[in-house]
Design a protein around this ligand. Structure first.
Ligand SMILES: [Zn+2]
Length: 137
């Protein structure tokens, strides 16, 4: 079986990926006093006000599911052993929308996840990289 696709480490996403390897969720935050919004995914400027200066802060890892889909046939064969799984959109408590998967051992199939509180848990994605999934609180 092919290995899982691995995120490419760049100067822009490095704090997020290194934080994930320490089981910490890190987000960018706009430095403009009138904005100060959190930003995810990593980028070079603030999508809210256009400011070119973003800093990094550790996030709580907490959020709420706003959408989900149960995946029976993943697009990459390396995920087949984990299917079926829930692909989820989480509104982080800091504001950004974060797409991930739910760690869902033993969850009934018909569970409605909308509005459920979740927290980040970190799993070994590849030998070099840990990434956040979420579990129900
Ligand atoms: Zn901003």
């Amino acid at each position: 079986m092919e290995p899982k696709p691995s995120p490419r480490l760049t100067a822009i996403n490095q704090p997020f990926l290194r934080g994930s390897n320490r089981d910490e969720l890190w987000l960018q935050r706009c430095v403009q006093p009138a904005c100060r919004k959190f930003v995810f995914y990593p980028r070079v400027c603030c999508p809210h006000c256009g400011a070119g200066a973003l800093t990094w802060e550790q996030a709580t890892g907490r959020g709420q599911v706003v959408s989900f889909s149960r995946v029976f046939r993943p697009q990459h064969e390396s995920f087949f052993p984990e299917a079926p799984y829930y692909f989820i959109a989480v509104r982080l408590s800091e504001g950004p929308l974060f797409f991930s998967r739910l760690d869902h051992q033993g969850l009934p199939v018909e569970t409605n996840l909308i509005g459920r509180q979740v927290r980040a848990v970190f799993v070994q994605h590849t030998p070099e990289q840990r990434l956040p999934l979420f579990e129900l609180c």
